[in-house]
Ligand binder design. Structure first.
Ligand code: NAD
Ligand code: G6P
Ligand code: MN
Length: 440
């Protein structure tokens, strides 16, 4: 039986031990021989590697876990490269969030100005990663989580059209788990229809064994959003910030009851509510640093001091989803997932070159997107505005164009005016000197 080498780029990520555990839980079907972690931060990655090795060896001591900052060593012979870079780390995420909030608008890591700032930092390193893959592992599939996934996907479509990369997001799976809990069934019994961009999409129907549950879900979600009675299936998105986001789905559905919106649409459809709900001096980045990151590094310190292993992380949908996608590619399983793919007519009334998030069947040759009906004017208008903003941002980064950057910002629905767009852009340029391409 074939065995697999998995490389994880961004090996020092808080999600690495969970992904390694998700791999081990599937090892009977998907035998992994070695896991190579690759990062630019040696110290951080070595610590994460320590606990990752412990996790893996609890299942199978024969599986090799190696941490390296050498791309040749990490990627040579890899079957899959899982990517999860956070370029600039959580300290830059904090800036992405706080600068907009100080200007009275939404500050978020992937949506609006925060997402655009993060995109400017991430495009270059993701292009570099595709180039490493081409040189050292031309056979490998890159499965990419690195955010902002929509902007990254567009940048790579444009610059590396032949790269074997699949851009994915775990949010729809998290939402489907919540829907399953509301409907009293398993997530795997659910099939969804969905369209949009990443973090900018709608469930147009939800089926359980072929029967539509849209009306039932709409009724529940108009009142409770995606806050579920037990909060037990989607642990990854269940702290106080996420509960607020799940609850805000109800407010969006009251305004627009046709389809079930992604919780990320709160940043575009009810931004005022989000700004009012947020403490601008303690944003999501602070919460993540004080919880997910600290819990993991505390458990690593405990392991280093005592040899005792406490699981300071969870596998979550993040771990299981990327492994499921890899297995569908590896074994030609033709499983249906929501993925970020080039439109090419799948949504007939959106441009062919849009990177859309839609259902696709994953075979060993890659994704086969499902063809959808034309979308309504409201959704088309929203999507085209967002798409134009994201495309301009990518062009700004690739061409080093300040003019395109300000157009991207001004066009984004999170901004009330071009004056605010310029102010926020200029502040972000200032703090991102070390990371952004120079804009002239
Ligand atoms: P983290 O800061 O804990 O880890 C990211 C790691 O990336 C760090 O160890 C850092 O040193 C490394 N890194 C940064 N630049 C790099 C480069 N150029 N080359 C190699 N490594 C580099 O972050 P996290 O909270 O664990 O999140 C990791 C990533 O996964 C983020 O981009 C996050 O947004 C993304 N994410 C995406 C989804 C999704 O749905 N697409 C879900 C969860 C997380
Ligand atoms: C969801 C989204 C990801 C995002 C993550 C943020 O899973 O799909 O794209 O990175 O949430 O979670 P955090 O706990 O870091 O705020
Ligand atoms: Mn996502």
């Amino acid at each position: 039986m074939k065995t697999f080498k998995i490389a994880i780029a961004g090996g020092g990520s808080t999600y690495t031990p969970g992904i390694a555990k998700a791999l081990m839980l599937k090892r009977d079907e998907f035998p992994v021989r070695e896991i190579y972690l690759y990062d630019i931060n040696d110290e951080r990655q070595n610590r994460v590697a320590h606990i990752t090795q412990k996790v893996v060896h609890e299942f199978d001591p024969a599986v090799k876990v190696v941490a390296t900052t050498n791309p040749e060593e990490a990627f040579t012979g890899a079957d899959f490269i899982f990517a999860q870079l956070r370029v600039g780390g959580n300290s830059m995420r904090e800036q992405d969030e706080k600068i907009p909030f100080r200007n009275g608008i939404v500050g978020q890591e992937t949506c609006g100005p925060g997402g655009m700032a993060y995109g400017m930092r991430t495009i270059g390193p993701m292009i570099e990663l595709c180039d490493f893959a081409e040189i050292y592992a031309p056979q490998a599939w890159i499965i990419n989580y690195s955010n902002p996934a929509a902007i990254v996907a567009e940048a790579l479509r444009k610059t590396r059209p032949d790269a074997r990369i699949l851009n994915i997001c775990d949010m729809p799976i998290g939402m489907m788990l919540r829907m399953a809990e509301i409907l009293g069934c398993e997530k795997d019994e659910i099939e969804v229809d969905y369209f949009g961009l990443n973090h900018f999409g709608w469930f147009t129907d939800v089926y359980v064994r072929g029967e539509s549950k849209l009306a039932e879900l709409r009724e529940y979600m108009s009142e409770h959003g995606l806050v579920t009675p037990e909060q037990s299936m989607d642990l990854q998105h269940s702290d106080a910030d996420w509960i607020k986001a799940h609850r805000n789905v109800a407010a969006m559905l009251k305004l627009f009851p046709e389809y079930l919106p992604s919780s990320y649409l709160q940043y575009y459809l009810i931004p005022q509510t989000v700004v009012e709900q947020t403490d601008a001096s303690y944003t999501r980045a602070n919460r993540v640093m004080d919880n997910r990151e600290r819990n993991l590094f505390d458990s690593i310190a405990h392991l280093e001091e005592t040899g005792e292993f406490k699981e300071g992380f969870n596998v979550g949908v993040h771990g299981t989803f990327i492994v499921d996608v890899a297995m569908s590619l590896a074994f030609d399983r033709r499983e249906r997932f929501l993925l970020i793919v080039e439109n090419n007519g799948a949504i007939p009334n959106l441009p062919d070159d849009a990177m859309v998030e839609i259902p696709a069947y994953v075979t060993s040759r890659g994704p086969e997107p499902v063809r959808l009906e034309p979308i309504g004017l409201f959704y088309k208008g929203l999507i085209e505005q967002q798409l134009a903003s994201e495309k301009l941002l990518v062009e700004a980064a690739l061409e080093g164009s300040y003019q395109k950057a300000i157009q991207a910002f001004a066009l984004n629905k999170t901004f009330p005016s071009s004056e605010v767009a310029k102010r926020v852009l200029d502040e972000l340029i200032e703090v991102n000197k070390e990371f952004w391409p120079k804009l002239g």
